[in-house]
Design a protein around this ligand. Sequence first.
Ligand code: CUA
Length: 345
Amino acid sequence: MMKRSAKIVRLCQCLLALCFSSCGGIQNSINPAGPQAQSLSRLWWLMFTVNAIVFVLVMIAVLLTLRKRMREPQSATTPILEPSPGEERRRRNVVLTAVTITVIVLFVFLIASFSAGRAVTANLANKNGLVVEVTGHQWWWEVRYLDVDASNIFTTANEIHIPVGVPVLFNLKGGDVIHSFWVPNLAGKRDLIPGKNSTAWLQADKPGVYRGQCAEYCGLQHAKMALWVVAEPQEQFNAWRQNQTQTSVQPASDSQKRGQQVFLSSTCVMCHSINGTPAGSNIGPNLTHVASRNTIAAATLANTRDHLAQWIKDSQSVKPGNKMPQNSFSEADLQALLDYLQSLK
Ligand code: CUA
């Protein structure tokens, strides 16, 4: 049977986890889903538990002292007595004990923090040779899958797929200003600094969809710079990757053909790429497989037809200050463009 103290600790953990998850959607650093996040979570619980115990002890000491003082008869004429030698020794011992305990606790924190840092940055074996390059832009994530075989290299945005149970190496870059890559359930934060490359390892131990968030203020729409990490079994990942390396599907229906023409003859091509077409700019997200993604606008909107239309017509109403201009297509052109974009699985 679970011991009573263990039950209380578990209850506290659940309550805190609930608080944190309701604050930040399903991203939750104390609900770890991988070894890196696990060691950070352990460190957090150690610090929380020790600090909570210290807080309670200090409060008890304060209350006991207050009670003692209130019971002593006090008046303006009460002389302040020098403490007796025995009392003096007792007080010195109390202070010495408190200082010793504080130093020990700080050393324990130092060692725990150091070892958690080592666990997070450990140079893990790159079992599958998979390297994901993430570049932070105002306000979206460019995601490039690198590979020794050039035909396996592709670029996507705001949605990262990784195979379960395998450490994946991330190369992190800052595209314009400083951003910070943070997927709380999987690993700690890592700054993306322009001109300075850094690396991180991410590993998910169970399949799932984990939300990530830019964790460094990077301008007006910093809060709307999120991403999703989809951890899936190796076979499913391979299938996804295989699809992403393909060029875009050719438009099949008349409407899709018209949509492609609308895309290629408008300002869309100034910023976006669709592999297999003349559109090859990389100022904005690569749209080769945009319909395969779950969200648009850096996880701000679900990838539905209505949201896509809203974003194309007036993205500024969703995310003021982003680099995409307003577009005034005729209704027929817009519907054709949507048909085309939604075919890009
Ligand atoms: Cu990017 Cu905050």
